[in-house]
Ligand binder design. Structure first.
Ligand code: NAD
Length: 527
């Protein structure tokens, strides 16, 4: 290892093993007890960080970052690939932790580790070309004597604040590109699901012996706020309400932030849709992860000619979904809601809708001992109901009949959110026309969530669903960098024409040359 930065004086364990060590720190916060939402049982505990802990963690990360950056990309890729190997070797244990802290079915929990590894491979394969500097050509004769360079230098410390719905893969999708870019990272998992990610951060230094540039701060919103107070860049995933608070604080500090927030994604089912695929796809898009996916389908607009057939088939298939706790034998399709508060939101929206005239053709109630709610299909809803306007983040699906595609598009756009939408049709041309009219960051045609699995695509919400974007090819890693430009004279003159002393002898021909060059610009098209 070569070292061009200041010596590393920070104890790596103090920043990489926060869940285990915070109890030893004098100023640490209280215990954070983690319960399984499926059973209510205590499954673990971490110690919450205090604001003072966060200050120390960020200071250490800042010191370690200079060497991390100067060691170069190849070295960073080596550490990240070793982490991938460790994740694969420990996939079962990590999946069990994810399942315990979320209450997901085994199949859904199992996806998080391999998806993270696929993501690592994508960025390790492409980071070199994504981060490569460039030498653009000077644009005019006046600057022709310069050599131009652009290099991408990381923000020293990136703060990643994350949600509980995919507690493993989502924060890693934010942390790993930042680490590869050469930044240090402090991640704050959701207070609801701190265990699996805490284990990965512990492994970074303790198992794979990587440098102390990846740390974990544990706790609730106030710890997230402390992270925002000290880092150089914030990558936030969570509700629009919290995201707004983060954006305000980031603006006060004049640091950039990228916000991945809530949604109320619409499905538009056109009369020419393949009915079976539409029903199966909309059902999965609505109930996977118990509806707790940022891209979950939360409302459906169906063209009148196929409305009855769509609802009948949907209700019949939804009734066959198995709800409840799962072991590792694939015994459930729909798992628990992550928190009791989430359960209350779902219950309130369903009860209010029914009181206002909606009908649950299937589901409508909590079920079982944990925070389980029956997969619910609501009909006779209208656009004014909370279940059609507010984010639900639960296993409910209100379905509304529309006259035609124009009404569907108008209603889909009638939302403060703009994360994504799905369009179900057998005509690619119609799908593209509808997509162009939708005010959302992503449109999946005849599928749900698929944009999220395509790492070259940016994941970006419009309107109140976010600012900036997560992942997405080159910009998914360049977002953690600041462009640094350099100009170098190609000729060694005693002075440039624009320098002192000013004189008519040099100034007039210079101005004339500039005017001549300016007049040779592109021509406006004739009206
Ligand atoms: P939340 O806003 O309550 O919490 C998210 C994270 O922010 C947590 O770690 C929390 O501790 C922290 N936090 C809360 N207040 C904060 C503050 N003032 N400053 C800094 N950090 C703060 O959200 P949640 O309930 O954990 O997650 C569910 C929400 O996340 C839903 O709205 C969902 O749509 C959204 N989400 C969006 C995406 C996306 O990519 N757009 C992905 C997953 C989840």
């Amino acid at each position: 290892m070569t070292s061009s930065g200041p010596p590393i004086t920070f104890d790596p364990i103090a920043i990489s093993d926060v869940p285990r060590r915070l109890g030893d720190l004098k100023a640490s916060g209280g215990p954070l007890v983690v319960r399984s939402p499926a059973s209510g049982e205590v499954i673990g505990q971490v110690t919450a960080s205090t604001a003072a802990d966060v200050v120390g963690v960020v200071r250490g990360l800042r010191q370690s970052q200079t060497t991390w950056e100067s060691d170069g990309l190849e070295a960073r890729i080596g550490h990240v690939l070793r982490l991938r190997d460790w994740l694969l070797a420990n996939a079962h244990t990590l999946t069990k932790l994810v399942q315990d802290e979320t209450g997901k079915p085994w199949q859904e929990a199992s996806i998080e580790v391999p998806l993270s590894c696929d993501f690592i491979n994508y960025y390790c394969r492409n980071a070199k070309s994504f981060l490569a500097g460039s030498h653009p050509r000077p644009h005019s004769l006046l600057t022709a004597s310069k050599r131009l360079s652009i290099v991408h230098r990381p923000y020293p410390v990136v703060g990643v604040i994350s949600a509980w719905n995919f507690p493993f893969v989502l924060p890693l999708m934010d942390c790993l590109p930042a680490l590869l870019a050469g930044a240090s990272v402090v991640v704050k998992p959701s207070e609801v699901t701190p265990l699996a990610l805490g284990e990965v951060v512990r492994a970074w230094t303790q198992e794979i012996k990587a440098p102390p540039v990846f740390a974990c701060a544990q706790g609730a919103g106030e710890v997230g706020a402390a992270v925002v107070d000290h880092v150089d860049y914030v990558q936030f995933t969570g509700s629009t309400r919290s995201g707004r608070a983060v954006a305000i604080r980031a603006a006060e500090r004049l640091i950039p932030c990228s916000l991945e927030l809530g949604g109320k994604d619409a499905a538009i089912v056109l009369a020419d849709a393949d009915l079976d695929r539409a029903v199966n796809g909309v059902m999965w898009g609505a109930f996977a992860n118990a509806g707790q996916v940022c891209l979950s389908i939360e409302r459906v607009y169906v063209e009148a000619p196929i409305y009855e057939a769509f609802v009948d088939k949907l209700a019949e298939r939804v009734r066959s979904l198995r709800v409840g706790p799962d072991d590792q034998r694939y015994q459930a399709d729909v798992g628990a809601l992550a928190t009791q508060a989430q359960m209350e939101i779902v219950r309130r929206q369903v009860d209010e809708a029914v009181a206002q005239g909606a009908r649950a053709v299937t589901g409508g109630h909590p079920v079982g001992a944990g925070t389980f709610f029956e997969p619910t299909v609501l009909v006779d809803v209208d656009q004014s109901m909370a279940c059609m306007r507010e984010e639900t983040f639960g296993p409910t699906l209100p379905v509304m009949k529309v006259r035609d595609v124009d009404e569907a598009v108008t209603l889909a756009n009638d939302s403060p959110y703009g994360l994504s939408a799905t369009v179900w049709t057998t005509s690619r041309k119609r799908a593209e026309e509808v997509a162009h009219r939708l005010e959302v960051g992503a449109v999946n045609v005849n599928d749900a969530f698929s944009n999220f699995l395509c790492f070259p695509l940016p994941h970006a919400g419009w309107k109140s669903s976010g600012i900036g974007s997560r992942m997405g090819g080159a910009q998914g890693i360049l977002k953690y960098c600041r462009p640094q430009v350099m100009t170098t004279p190609r000729l060694s003159l005693r002075r440039e024409l624009t320098w002192y002393p000013y004189s008519a002898r040099v100034g007039r021909p210079l101005l004339a040359a500039m005017r001549l060059l300016a007049s040779r610009g592109p021509r406006a098209p004739r009206p």
